[in-house]
Design a protein around this ligand. Sequence first.
Ligand SMILES: Cc1cc2nc3c(=O)[nH]c(=O)nc-3n(C[C@H](O)[C@H](O)[C@H](O)COP(=O)(O)O)c2cc1C
Length: 279
Amino acid sequence: MTDTRDRIAQALEARFGTQLPLPADTTGLDSLARMLEHRSHRRYAARPVEDALLNLLFACAMSAPSKSDLQQADIVHVRDPALRAELAALVPDNPWVATAPVFLLFCGNNRRTRQVAQWREKTFANDHLDAFMNAAVDAGIVLMNFIAAAEAAGLGCCPISTVRNHAQTVSDLTGLPDWVFPLAGLCVGYPENNGVITPRLPLDVTIHRDRFNETVVATKIDGYDQRRAARQPYAKQRDIKRFGEAPFYGWSEDKARQYAKPQRADFGAYIRRRQFKLD
Ligand SMILES: Cc1cc2nc3c(=O)[nH]c(=O)nc-3n(C[C@H](O)[C@H](O)[C@H](O)COP(=O)(O)O)c2cc1C
């Protein structure tokens, strides 16, 4: 069996192309290895996920920290096959939404906070951008806690932000009321294969000491593009019609092309329709 320290070394190499010293007295190595080995899974075995396990994972997810203990994240477990089919039809580019054994919708919920204010006869004096931000962050943390718990239990997941391309329809289909909004879907199941570790930006690009530092960031991203392309080249280039075929196609070219096209430009309007004030 591969030693946990070897797993960590291999994952660091795959993720960052580097090694990091591991202090001898570090505990929780298995959890650390699992986090380093994270990968999204989009293909699933036929094996169903038991409700009892799912309920345990919900409890793990909801054990996440929560801004001011406000508990502003909810999960909709989509069980009705007809409803799942309707949701999947909205995102045909993500066929795993139809095929995953389990599909969940993670939502920010600022509604309860407002209801509590009303029930306890207090003014809700925080009708501004922070109310939306806090609920979105809580939902994101709960999403990640669910993924971490699911991966510990041998499951694989894939978050689905494309549900927000159809935020209003998704809200209508799942009956989300005002002040509740979809953050992301999540496909869950036993993985069909091992999947792959996706390389991340080097830590000296994303971790700052005392002050934000962009020194030679462009050069470091060039290096990351090369390392990533050597390990995991893109299967196809995005939008060749518009941008042509690049002789070298790296992560930065892909992301620049991706964001050259408007995405969810109507999301602010949707959130305002949910009654949030974003000032
Ligand atoms: C909030 C969020 C939304 C995402 N939305 C999608 C999505 O709509 N479709 C998809 O296939 N993957 C989606 N992903 C998965 C990312 O593509 C994936 O995390 C990224 O490519 C890095 O790969 P890894 O998770 O295997 O390390 C999403 C991930 C996050 C965190």
